[in-house]
Design a protein around this ligand. Structure first.
Ligand code: HEC
Length: 156
């Protein structure tokens, strides 16, 4: 990925070299909000999966894809202030210390940018109602979730 894409990814996620976005909420609120957002995306991924594996409902897939897209572009980086590396939201945070290291910024920008790109594409593909294309894009989007988890999320 080139520098422009990394910067675009960092911007989509809400991280820049200057600040991690606007600080809203106490550390435990930030952890709770991000855990809720991730669970909401997991629910939406589940809805898409059910549709591509069972009987396909175009509207349901659009609803789910639009929700993921909105979260992907919501600048969630603001919910990862440096004082949220440990602590409890709904449960103990699983973020890895690597997430907050300056030397991880490029990598984080890359995975966040990749995720945002695939989420935007998912919304586009969902709008076409083409089940086979949605299935293929669902695979790519799942890979983008995993790419970040592999690097920045601890095992349960
Ligand atoms: C930019 C990195 C990143 C991307 C992209 C990402 N995640 Fe995560 N995810 C995390 C981190 C970090 C945590 C741990 C959050 C915490 O506990 O504070 C997490 C936690 C989760 C959790 C568990 C939440 C909990 O309460 O334990 C689920 C479920 C989840 N992610 C699903 C997804 C899905 C589905 C996608 C893609 C649609 C996705 N994530 C994309 C980084 C990411």
């Amino acid at each position: 990925m080139n520098t422009r894409n990394i910067i675009a990814g960092a911007l989509a996620f809400g991280i820049t070299s200057l600040a991690l976005g606007q600080v809203i909420g106490k550390p435990e609120d930030q952890i709770r909000w991000r855990q809720s957002a991730y669970h909401t995306m997991a629910w939406s991924m589940g809805r898409i999966k059910t549709n591509v594996e069972g009987s396909y409902n175009k509207d349901q897939v659009i609803e789910a894809a639009n929700l993921i897209q909105a979260i992907a572009n919501s600048k969630m980086g603001a919910l990862f202030q440096t004082n949220t590396g440990t602590g409890k939201g709904w449960k103990e945070t699983r973020v890895k210390p690597e997430f907050f290291k300056p030397e991880s910024r490029d990598e984080l920008g890359k995975v966040a940018g990749g995720f945002s790109k695939e989420a935007n594409e998912m919304a586009k593909v969902a709008a076409t109602g083409n089940a086979a294309a949605v299935k293929a894009q669902f695979g790519k989007l799942g890979e983008a979730c995993k790419a970040c988890h592999d690097k920045f999320r601890k095992e349960d």
